[in-house]
Design a protein around this ligand. Sequence first.
Ligand code: ZN
Length: 75
Amino acid sequence: MSQTKPLSTSMRHDCSCSKQRVLEAMTLWGIKDIEEMINEACGENATCQMCGRSYEITLDELKLILDHLKKYQKC
Ligand SMILES: [Zn+2]
């Protein structure tokens, strides 16, 4: 009974997202995806899917994510 997703499309301004959360969401991406971004040497904008807020992800942060992925994924 945990279906609490609101059907209303009105934007909520009390979304509890943070850059940290967005970064955590990016750890679900593939290692290759992150590596490509780093190789292109451009930062990335990650958008919260709940409120649409956009966060700028720096190269350093991409590298941190890559480190994290390599710890938990083997390829
Ligand atoms: Zn949000």
